[in-house]
Design a protein around this ligand. Structure first.
Ligand code: ZN
Length: 180
């Protein structure tokens, strides 16, 4: 006859092995984090591959970019955004794209992240803020893209200045230099 203590022990073993199985599966598939920032939802999906930065550092990069956009526009332009991070064999932050998925009703940003990129690279990177700024402007025909690029390029450093990532001198100095 099984005692109550033995039954409890067996239940603990069953639950523990279930938890271990689930966490082992999770490490083999894409890793996903959910965040809510200023009322907007963010799903950060990191594809399989090696990265030097931690998941928390990637999430901080996403959160900083979202806050810079909010600092410029007052709120985040879309309710839900999926950020897909693809590790690549390179350093720094790579190429990124931004679009709005009408069917699903969410913004979709895809970003290549170099496996050798470190926390400082993420902290100095304007790429994700730029891509998120695009979500505030409609998707237009290719010949009008200059306007979408112009607005995102203009707004990005101002948003990052307002969240303390850039100094006023850097923002307006770069603008004056690049307008010449
Ligand atoms: Zn752009």
């Amino acid at each position: 006859m099984m005692t109550v203590a033995l039954i409890r022990l067996l239940m603990i073993i069953v639950v523990a092995s279930l938890v271990l199985t689930l966490s082992a599966d999770a490490s083999f598939t894409a890793r996903t984090s959910r965040m809510k920032i200023g009322g907007a939802q963010f799903l950060v999906v990191t594809e399989d591959g090696e990265l030097n930065v931690t998941r928390a550092e990637v999430n901080a990069y996403v959160a900083d970019a979202a806050r810079a956009v909010m600092a410029y526009y007052g709120s985040f332009p879309v309710d839900k955004t999926i950020v897909r991070i693809a590790p690549i064999d390179d350093d720094g932050v790579g190429f990124a794209t931004s679009t709005f998925e009408d069917a699903g009703g969410y913004g979709l940003i895809e970003l290549d992240l170099g496996r050798y990129a470190d926390r400082r690279d993420l902290d100095r990177s304007w790429t994700l803020t730029h891509e998120m700024m695009h979500l505030a402007f409609p998707i237009v025909a290719r010949r009008h893209r200059w306007l979408a690029e112009g607005i995102a390029t203009y707004a990005e450093p101002i948003g990052r200045m307002r969240t303390g990532k850039l100094s006023r001198e850097e923002v307006w100095g770069d603008l004056a230099k690049n307008l010449n």
